[in-house]
Write a protein that binds this ligand. Structure first.
Ligand code: 5GP
Length: 110
């Protein structure tokens, strides 16, 4: 499935990219829910967390460590932040290319 995130990876549509390496891309969410709201996506398209398997184990870990590094880089690490992945309709997933939300910069509550 070709999603909007594939178009961001290929630069067909612009995004405010904050980090990139050979495995992942991170950019600002277009509708931020917190002062810092980044999306960390793999360059490899995986539709949902249900589609991930052992082959993706290192990639998923890399996404988490990238989120933690970006939290440190933006100065929200000590105050705290939230890392979230939504899965399918009931989980609130809208874009079917897995991504982590990194949110922080204010008290997020429950
Ligand atoms: P989901 O609900 O699938 O977990 O999250 C998708 C996120 O992608 C939403 O927070 C939404 O604001 C963001 N988003 C959707 N389209 C775009 C886009 O074209 N550019 C950027 N930067 N973010 C997007």
């Amino acid at each position: 499935m070709n999603t909007i995130f594939d178009k961001i990876i290929s630069r067909e549509i612009p995004a405010d990219i904050v980090y990139e390496d050979e495995l992942v891309l991170a950019f600002k969410d277009i509708a931020p829910k917190a002062p810092v709201h980044y999306l960390i996506i793999p360059k490899q398209a995986i539709a949902t967390l249900n589609d991930a398997n052992l082959e993706h184990q290192a990639l998923l870990g890399h996404m988490m460590l990238t989120a933690a590094q970006l939290a440190k880089d933006t100065g929200i690490a000590d105050g705290g932040y939230r890392v979230q992945m939504n899965c399918n309709a009931d989980g609130g997933q809208v874009v079917y290319h897995i991504h982590l939300h990194l949110m922080g910069g204010r008290a997020l509550g429950t």
